[in-house]
Design a binder for this molecule. Structure first.
Ligand code: PLP
Length: 390
């Protein structure tokens, strides 16, 4: 066992089951382990390192800012937070942003905003509608909004006020929305459940039902955003939809921990002084790097490449014997395996062969490569998967 693995096994709370590999260095779409072995990283830190590992321009922004100012708290102004909020808002909903440190926190902010918005229009017992298979995070609010995790009795009681509907039933969604509804919260493509796109009719029904009820549509773009699906935000792709609130994290920080809850002008002033806060949020170091990551990701050439390379990659994966279906958009790809294939075992075998992917479901491999990969890397990954399934 490597030194890092030994320390982790002894000292970290055992909340993760990890393979024995210990990574020590990264560059672009490649990682190296403590034995000097090279890997092609098609998971990118779960869609965090979307511009690749140690992108020179992000590293330059990081080191310059680290030598200038890292933290001042939210009790004072510093320009990078406002610049990041402006760039985020201008790239999406046009209102204002609350900055935070992770995805789950971005969703906590959205939940608080939606509840207060409902209160302001006289709703006494607000309810948020969520979809089966959805994932919104691990803190108590976001966890309660995550149907697959909020049944675990170890952590009860969960937050009240969430109602779950199927992922693919527009009529059930419409029926669940009424005068109590504060919001519908959904991912356009569910990542953690194994890359399941939510049908366009369901998304359309969600927007209409929210308009009818005066409720907010919250789109969780933590995994689908930042160029992952070939448009900067998935709601700007096909099928498009106009959310009232959007949450981002993961790739937003270019590898650093940062999240954001972005709102339309109408929703951007619901939260007022004292309503919400965070010590670390929007600090100059992370805000500077995130702003640069957003700028690099917005490049139309990069986004067009994600769309076209993703399409080719999905076609080639679908033709591999042992693959039952390929889901997703852009470079957010779920590979369904035929019966009798165990995705966790295949992922372990692929790691051994030098390709990093994960298995979010027993029958699904998930590919979230850096958006900067080229055809050669995509081709190499296809061949490794073909070999593992042979
Ligand atoms: C990863 C993820 C989250 C949680 O983000 P954390 O930074 O781990 O808190 C929430 N929603 C979606 C869709 C995610 O993929």
């Amino acid at each position: 066992m490597s030194a890092g693995a030994e320390l982790a096994e002894r000292w970290l709370m055992p909340t993760y089951r990890r393979p024995g590999v210990e990574f020590v260095r990264g560059e672009g779409a490649r990682l190296w382990d403590s034995e000097g072995r090279e890997y092609l990283d098609f998971l990118a830190g779960i869609s965090v390192c979307s511009l690749g590992h140690c992108h020179p321009e992000l590293t330059a922004a990081l080191t310059t800012q680290a030598n200038t100012l890292t933290h001042v708290s939210n009790l004072f102004h510093s320009a990078p937070a406002g610049e990041l909020a402006r760039d985020l808002s201008e790239s999406s909903l046009g209102g204002r942003a609350f900055l935070c440190n992770s995805g789950t926190e971005a969703n906590e902010c959205a939940i608080k905003l939606a509840r207060k918005h409902a209160r302001l229009r006289g709703v006494e017992d607000p309810e948020i509608v969520v979809l089966e298979g959805g994932f919104h995070g691990r803190t108590m609010g976001s966890l309660s909004a995550t149907p697959g995790l909020s049944q675990n009795p170890s952590f009860a009681p969960y937050l009240e006020g969430f109602r779950t509907v199927p992922r693919d039933d527009p009529a059930a969604l419409e029926a669940a929305v009424g005068p109590r509804t504060a919001a519908i919260m959904l991912e356009l493509i569910q990542g953690e459940s194994g890359v399941h796109p939510v049908p366009g009719e369901v998304v359309g029904a969600a927007r209409e039902a929210c308009d009818r009820a005066g409720a907010l549509l919250i789109v969780d773009e933590i995994q689908t955003g930042m160029g992952r699906t070939g448009t900067l935000w998935a709601h700007q792709g096909d099928p498009g939809v106009a959310p009232d609130v959007m949450t981002s994290a993961k790739a937003l920080g270019g590898g650093l921990p940062v999240g954001a809850c972005v709102a339309t002008p109408a929703c951007g002033e619901v939260l007022e002084p004292g309503d919400h806060g965070s010590t670390f949020a929007g600090g100059p170091l992370v805000a500077t790097v995130a702003r640069r990551a957003l700028e690099l990701t917005r490049d139309p050439g990069l986004l067009a490449g994600v769309a076209s390379l993703g399409e080719r990659l999905r076609e080639e994966l679908a033709a591999i014997p042992g693959v039952s279906e390929v889901r997703g958009r852009g470079l957010m790809i779920g590979v369904g395996l035929q019966e009798g294939r165990e995705a966790p075992a295949v992922a372990a075998d692929l790691l051994h062969r030098g390709l990093i992917v994960n298995a979010p479901a027993p029958d699904t491999l998930r590919l979230l490569p850096p958006l900067v990969i080229g055809e050669r890397e995509a081709g190499a990954a296809v061949e490794l998967i073909r070999a593992a399934l042979a």
